[in-house]
Design a protein around this ligand. Structure first.
Ligand code: HAM
Length: 423
């Protein structure tokens, strides 16, 4: 039997988990500054939610979803992304009746049945922000500024922001007609998927990676050129807002995104340093989604960032050192009496906020000291009968050949003092 982890999944542990924790803590802190609150939605939702929101013509819905029937014959799907669940929760919990905007963030695993490669997994993690309750371009600029702040915080300065506008319902309808006319008889050169997209949602042909399709649409009219007055104004306001915050961008009319719910603003942050899966973060406005999911008409905008890709970038550029586990003190022991004292003391020290370790595998004293060295404990003691009987202990400084003689009964205060002195 092959008991390996499923293809496209990874165990995260050891030194790497410290990097993940550091990244996640930083993201949470940034969200606090931006007044964005966490939401945790279920890992699976009704399949229909993703069909309706992400869209029937997208690769995600047609090819990549992990869908199953429950015992009650209900079709459910592991979330391929976080926006649909957040929108469902916004409606179901009546968040629209609170003071708007509603600003939510999530850090969640997501699942897509894709061909795994560097930066592309079947279970991956997204950090996403969704803001509900505003149609204004300043909200689009706010979510983009949050992504920019994440990049600033991690010292990432060579990721490019690309923006585009797909227009609202009317502009989109007009553009789809223009595109249909442009493609015209060349429909026969499109891939099978795109021929279906041509009928249901022509805009999505622009997103196809197939070379032949790319060739057909390479000189297609730009969506921005066909925007009506209001959508054009919205896009101009977005640019003004980004300029105001000194956030650099380029306008790229080829950005259409791989999900159907977008209206007006779409954007991507792209890196040149992590190979072909170079989009660190993608997002945009989705003013129809809440209404289409049976909620009140609500403007909304958001993004999701792939954490694997962010972490790849940090490693690639050596931008953060992996945090090693910091053990303050190792409590070695000789004999059962010594062990019981070390165990009790260890528990007391941990309660006082000190990272303490003691021997739970019954090693020799020599092996215990070797272990203390390996786990990089700052201080080490060895407790035996005489230390207990005479209430004395020698604290060994692991990095230098120094020691300090103190009373065993005072060890908590002594260690706290030492730790404070070091700071
Ligand atoms: P998305 O572009 O499908 O957008 O995904 C967002 C990010 O998730 C990508 O830029 C990438 O970094 C990461 N990602 C996607 N698929 C994988 C994968 N298979 N392996 C590793 N990383 C991956 C969305 O999901 C939208 N919900 C974003 C959004 C939020 N739009 C508005 N609000």
């Amino acid at each position: 039997m092959n008991l390996k982890a499923p293809r496209g999944t990874k165990d995260i542990f050891g030194d790497e988990i410290y990097l993940w924790q550091y990244v996640e803590e930083t993201l949470r802190e940034i969200c606090r500054y931006f007044g964005v609150n966490e939401i945790r939605t279920p890992i699976f939702e009704k399949t229909e939610l993703f069909q309706r929101s992400v869209g029937e013509t997208t690769d995600i819905v047609t090819k990549e979803m992990y869908t199953m029937n429950t015992k009650g014959s209900e079709s459910v799907t592991l979330k391929p992304e976080g926006t649909a669940g957040a929108a469902r929760a916004f409606i179901e919990n009546g968040m629209y009746s609170l003071a708007q905007p509603t600003k939510l963030y999530y850090i969640t695993p997501a699942f897509r049945y894709e061909r795994p490669q560097a930066g592309r997994q079947r279970q991956f993690h997204q950090f996403g922000v969704e803001i509900f309750g505003s149609y204004d371009a300043s909200c689009d600029a706010e979510v983009i500024s949050l992504v920019q702040e994440v990049l600033n915080r991690f010292g990432i300065n060579d990721v490019e922001l690309k923006i585009n506008s797909l227009g609202g319902n009317e502009c989109r309808k007009k553009y789809n007609e223009t595109l249909k006319k442009y493609i015209g008889d060349n429909i026969e050169y499109l891939c099978e998927d795109c021929r279906e997209r041509f009928v249901k949602n022509p805009l999505r042909v622009l997103d196809c990676k197939n070379e032949k399709c790319a060739d057909v649409i390479k000189d297609a009219p730009s969506v921005i050129e066909t925007l009506g007055h209001e959508c054009r104004n919205h896009f101009e306001q977005l640019k003004e807002n980004l300029n105001n915050m000194n956030i650099k961008y380029t306008v790229d009319s080829k950005i259409v995104r791989g999900l159907d719910y977008y209206t007006r603003t779409v954007f991507e942050f792209v890196s040149n340093n992590i190979g072909s899966q170079s989009t660190i973060c993608g997002g945009g406005r989705y003013d129809n989604l809440v209404y289409e999911c049976k909620g009140p008409k609500t403007g909304a905008v958001g993004f999701a960032m792939g954490l694997e890709r962010l972490i790849m970038l940090l490693k690639e550029k050596n931008l953060v050192k992996e945090k090693v586990r910091n053990i303050d003190i190792y409590l070695g022991s000789i004999g059962q009496k010594g062990f019981l004292k070390a165990q009790k003391l260890g528990y007391e020290l941990r309660k006082a906020g000190i990272c303490a370790e003691y021997d739970t595998v019954k090693r020799s004293v020599k092996a215990q000291l070797k272990y203390a060295d390996k786990i990089k404990a700052k201080y080490c003691v060895v407790i035996g009968d005489s230390e207990i009987d005479e209430d004395k202990i020698q604290i060994k400084f692991m990095e230098k050949s120094e020691q300090l003689n103190v009373k065993l009964s005072n060890i908590k205060d002594e260690i706290l003092k030492l730790l404070k002195e070091k700071v």
